[in-house]
Design a binder for this molecule. Structure first.
Ligand code: ADP
Length: 537
């Protein structure tokens, strides 16, 4: 049965009952209320969502034409049908011209159900068209936002504003920054909405990744938009987590709700909440476009986030590059000012210093280049078959030359043939070795193993250094992540991209990369590479 909320403007209880009986007989699941003054009509329209207004023509304290005016002023698209006793044809035509949707005589109530059904269909079509237009506008604006908005926070704030009042009375945007989809929250609302209540609702009851969450569970799990279109008090109670939650949703007059996941590059990066005080504001037919809006928002927000990360990276990189430059500059200055008799004694040390700083600069500049190349997916591999054991031997020996304080020991080095880009693999191993050295200040041994494990070769580097605190381990391979920032072990010339690049390189070879670490005791970083085909047999 179709649910139908009909507001009757009639002075006669009896007529109202007759009309109701007619509609029920036609199969509507009817809810009605009768009013017979302008004030009561205006109040009902404001406070409840009505599908339809049926008005009598002449009443003792009110008239059909005045009722029509009240409905039009309420600015709701509710069909208005005149149901009346005898009126002249001219009056009927005048009413239709003024905007009444139809006219049914009380003696011919048999027509009523068909008229109502038609008006309901048309109002749905009008509503959907309006929604689609507003949604397309929102999509276009979101595109503009991507180009115009100055930074990440501004993008999030403006994203929430984009949908009010177009698609919602109030909205919430949840978006991922570094950890979860609720890292940043922004809200927007019509002026008459209780803003503090909305802020509280947004912050106190955010989406969780819990499947059982009655509000967000399904959206987060299925990553498709969800809809509650006619929320009554009972349903509010079911959605609420606790009393306060219920109270807030009531205060915000939540009657229609749409939850839209923001998915970018197959990851859930946020949720967009659209809410309205009007029942039936959203419908199943809107879900397709809603999904598109979610996707567009996700892209805009993610791009803003990545752009910000890149800015931060560039400023770290520039900062890191300045330090060795300053050292070089000072050394050169000193060389220039050396009196001839001291040259011979001092020159080698100073040149060494310059040389070391040049190496450091080269490494930094290379990392900056690589990151941008990987971003653009342009890092090409030039593969050849090599003996991995030979590569390990050589790279470890070179690393040993650089650090006299650490003892690098190869504990095992199985002969295996791999089909790889040798320079890239060398880069990865060098990176692991130099991390092992850098993050084990003064604590000697570093052990290297390369073993054959069925179809794979696994290379590991173990140090007995400072290790990595457990809570930081999950983010080790993130781009620009530096686990020891703000501790005495924060190293100069560290950009937090070495591991990110290494894993990218290994993944492109079809291998894996990982680590185990204990805070204060040391770390073991490893990577695997597939063994070349005929070598497997
Ligand atoms: P970088 O060393 O240039 O900052 P990486 O991506 O190589 O960048 O490493 C990221 C972070 O991981 C480092 O900043 C450091 O905090 C931590 N790290 C890497 N290797 C080790 C290790 N062997 N022991 C302890 N911490 C490490």
């Amino acid at each position: 049965m179709t649910p139908l909320a009909v507001l009757m403007v009639d002075d006669s209880e009896n007529d109202a009952l007759l009309i109701a009986r007619e509609l029920k007989r036609a199969g509507f699941d009817l809810y009605t209320k009768r009013v017979d003054t302008a004030e009561a009509l205006a109040r009902e329209l404001r406070e409840h969502a009505w599908d339809l207004v049926l008005a009598d023509f002449s009443m003792p304290h009110f008239t059909g034409p005045l009722a029509l005016e009240v409905v039009q002023k309420a600015n709701l698209d509710v069909p208005f049908i005149l149901v009346s006793g005898t009126v002249g044809e001219e009056t009927a035509v005048a009413m239709m011209k003024a905007g009444a949707h139809d006219f049914v005589l009380k003696d011919h109530l048999g027509r009523l159900a068909a008229v109502v059904a038609r008006e309901l269909r048309e109002v749905t079509i009008r509503r959907q068209r309006r929604w689609a237009e507003a949604a397309l506008e929102t999509l276009a604006e979101a595109g503009r936002l991507a180009v115009e908005a100055p930074d990440f926070e501004a993008v999030i704030a403006r994203a929430a504003e984009l949908v009010v009042p177009r698609l919602a009375d109030w909205s919430i945007v949840y978006a991922r920054d570094r950890r979860s989809i609720t890292d940043v929250i922004s809200v927007a609302s019509l002026p008459e909405i209780d803003r503090a209540g909305l802020e509280e609702l947004a912050r106190r009851y955010p989406p969780t990744l819990d499947d059982r969450d009655p509000l967000f569970g399904e959206v987060v799990r299925k990553r498709s938009p969800a809809l509650s279109s006619r929320i009554d008090d009972e349903q509010l109670a079911r959605l609420a987590h606790d009393d306060r939650h219920l109270q807030l949703m009531k205060k915000l007059e939540l009657r229609s709700l749409m939850l839209i996941p923001q998915v970018a590059r197959e990851r859930l990066v946020g949720v967009l909440v659209l809410a309205s005080r009007q029942r039936g504001r959203y419908s199943e037919a809107d879900l397709g476009i809603a999904n598109e809006i979610g996707g567009r928002f996700a892209l805009v927000v993610e791009n803003a986030r990545l752009a910000r990360e890149r800015d931060e990276f560039i400023s770290t990189a520039v900062h890191e590059i300045k330090t060795p430059l300053a050292v070089i500059k000072t050394a050169v200055q000193m060389v220039k000012e050396l009196p001839p008799e001291r040259r011979e004694a001092r020159l080698p040390t100073l040149l060494d210093r310059v040389d070391r700083q040049c190496n450091r600069l080269t490494r930094l500049v290379n990392e900056v280049l690589e990151v941008s190349r990987i971003d653009l997916k342009r890092l090409a591999l030039i593969r050849t078959r090599i003996d991995l054991a030979e590569l390990v031997e050589r790279v470890v020996a070179e690393a040993q030359d650089i650090s006299a304080h650490h003892q690098l020991r190869i504990l095992r080095n199985d002969p295996v043939t791999v089909d790889v880009d040798p320079e890239r693999v060398e880069q990865v191993l060098t990176n692991l070795l130099s991390n092992a050295i850098r993050y084990s200040p003064g604590k000697g041994a570093i052990e290297i193993e390369s073993r054959r494990d069925r179809m794979e070769a696994v290379v590991s580097v173990r140090d007995h250094g400072i290790g990595i605190p457990t809570e930081k381990q999950a983010r080790m391979f993130e781009r620009f992540y530096r686990a020891h920032v703000g501790t005495p072990y924060e190293h100069a010339s560290s950009l937090g991209v070495g591991l990110y690049l290494s894993r990218e390189i290994i993944t492109r070879h079809g291998g894996k990369m990982g680590f185990e670490s204990m805070d204060g005791l040391g770390s073991t970083f490893w990577f695997s590479l597939p063994i070349a085909e005929e070598a497997q047999r």
